[in-house]
Design a protein around this ligand. Structure first.
Ligand code: SF4
Ligand code: SF4
Ligand code: FES
Length: 530
């Protein structure tokens, strides 16, 4: 549960909150936190608490706000690491300790006030002019008023920019709010030069920089879903052949071989060769579970070792599972997010055809991206079986007593990275943690964890695109966040792409800990190894 989703509390008389406020003045040269004990009575929101501090403790505290009712977008801050509008963030939803900081990825002015000018200047020009309230009969947006209204709701608060991992990289990404404004322009039937807007969106540091991590969507106080606008613009660019050459080649690999690597479909299950047992072919033999392996876990050298470990654990536990072998193609999650809708549908049709030959009860996968589309999108095309992440399946096996984990890894300190497609898209945050704890490891959380995780930078097809020049890659920012915890033995991941991204980043930085897939720890705990 996130820090601002605590159950609403009954306040005791005289209740207070301990508020730590970020203070900064350029002339002082540094930043500090000042701490205040703020009475809850009379202070409903964080903005009320900040006003109380101004009035009773420190009139020099700088704040910005104007409307007090979530419409001017000027009071954005981070509370306990999450982006909020201070005027509607209620103390009743918060813990006793409250940390108030300025929005990230924006130039600081003083205290919690940031410079919004670069944000406003970054919005596309011309600004969308259509207001739903003044829609003329001949000015209906092409995709209908509902789609338009969702984009019109933006109050230009920049909370999404503060939450965005690519904005944090400092490469010059235009940011989610600007892309929403461009999406709105494309829906604007009057006076919009479609080619010009698409040219702006498709330029370097535009729509292709996004990893589809969903942090912006979850931060937005206006309930805007940025991703349909972003993916729609990508679709339009793909249609006109305007995309990164590396990405174009990867899409061709998907089309020809059904995987991002361009390897022959016949080699998909080659990773099973070192196993001393044969995994059943689910197309010819009834099984309880179909393991949808995904491309990375089938072909990436490091990730296949994790696949082998999981196969051995499930085999030893007597679980009935099988593969689709060369019948499996990429599930298409990232293909869809790259804007290749036709190819996505072809992959779905193929995979559903092969799954149709199999007799099984449920699907599991080690790949959060495959999980997302299989679980949430394939049902619209006819899939009617439950889909699990392998950590959910293993946790259930542990609870049933089918897999015994012994806490032999006591004294080992680890941190765990939540993949966006597990934590943000599918709210799967507990099973990996329960499994880690069952091994005896001490789990130390990074500041951004659970549903408030930080993207590795690989999603939405970014892993197949040319690197942006300069800036700090999200994976390197994340490894540094783990380093700041001090004295960590392992950085644990549960996504094959994360293994690649973080092993490379840890290597580049020279991190003192090792990046491991969760199955590395689990295999040792199953075997009772120290
Ligand atoms: S989805 Fe993630 S990377 Fe894309 S714009 Fe939103 S926050 Fe940034
Ligand atoms: S898209 Fe949402 S979070 Fe971003 S500036 Fe607009 S209202 Fe704020
Ligand atoms: S004061 Fe206007 S949005 Fe909070």
């Amino acid at each position: 549960m996130s820090v601002i989703e605590q159950p609403r509390r009954q306040e005791q008389e005289g209740a207070t909150r301990h508020v730590k406020v970020y203070r900064y003045a350029p002339e002082d040269g540094g930043a500090r936190y000042d701490e205040f004990e703020v009475p809850v009575e009379g202070c409903k929101t964080v903005l009320d608490a900040l006003h109380w501090i101004q009035l009773h403790c420190d009139p020099s505290l700088s704040l910005r706000h104007s409307c007090l009712h979530a419409s001017c977008g000027t009071c954005g801050v981070r509370v306990n690491g999450q982006e909020v509008l201070a005027c509607v963030c209620e103390l009743a939803d918060l813990e006793d300790e409250i940390r108030v900081e300025p929005l990230a990825n924006m130039p600081p002015i003083t205290d919690v006030v940031v410079d919004m000018i670069p944000f406003y200047k970054g919005l596309p020009d011309p600004h969308p002019i259509l207001r739903v309230s003044e829609v003329l009969p001949d000015a209906q947006p092409p995709n209908g008023l509902d789609a338009y209204m969702r984009l019109e709701d933006c109050i230009e608060c920049a909370l999404c920019v503060s939450a965005c991992p690519i904005a944090a990289s400092g490469t010059g990404f235009v940011g989610p709010a600007a892309l929403v404004a461009a999406g709105r322009l494309l829906e604007e039937p009057r006076g919009t030069d479609r080619e010009e807007v698409l040219g702006w969106a498709g330029a370097p540091h535009g729509v292709w920089d996004c990893t589809t991590c969903m942090a912006c969507v979850q931060a937005c106080p206006a309930g805007i879903d940025h991703l349909p606008a972003i993916v729609d613009m990508r679709r339009a660019l793909v249609e006109q052949g305007d995309l990164d050459p590396l990405l174009a080649r990867t899409l061709q690999n998907f089309a020809l071989q059904g995987n991002s690597y361009g390897r022959s479909a016949r080699t998909r299950a080659r990773w099973t060769k070192p196993l001393d047992f044969k995994i059943p072919d689910a197309r010819t033999e009834p099984v309880d579970y179909v393991w949808f392996v995904g491309d990375f876990a089938s072909f990436d050298e490091r990730a296949t070792l994790a696949s082998q470990r999981l196969a051995r654990m499930l085999h030893d536990a007597g679980v009935s599972f099988g593969l689709l072998y060369e019948g499996e193609r990429s599930a298409g999650n990232d293909v869809r997010r790259m804007g290749e809708e036709g190819l996505f549908e072809a992959l779905v049709e193929h995979n559903l055809g092969v799954l149709g030959q199999a007799e099984f009860e449920a699907i599991f996968t080690t790949d959060p991206h495959s999980l997302n589309t299989l679980r949430n999108e394939y049902p619209q095309y006819g899939l009617d079986k439950p889909v699990y992440h392998y950590t959910e399946l293993l946790m259930e096996l542990v609870m049933r007593g089918a897999v015994a984990l012994t806490p032999t890894l006591g004294g080992t300190r680890v941190t765990y990275h939540d993949p966006c497609y597990l934590a943000r898209y599918n709210q799967i945050t507990d099973p990996p943690r329960e499994l880690i704890r069952a091994t005896g490891c001490e789990l130390v959380e990074m500041p951004r964890h659970g549903s408030n995780t930080f993207c590795c930078g690989a999603g939405g097809g970014r892993i197949w695109m040319s690197e942006s020049d300069g800036g700090v890659r999200p994976s390197e920012q994340r490894i540094r966040e783990a380093q700041a915890l001090g004295d960590i033995d392992y950085f644990v991941v549960s996504c094959p792409k994360d293994l690649t991204m973080y092993a490379d980043a840890a290597n580049t930085i020279g991190a003192e800990f090792e990046v491991v897939e969760l199955t590395t720890l689990l295999e040792r705990a199953v075997a009772g190894e120290m």
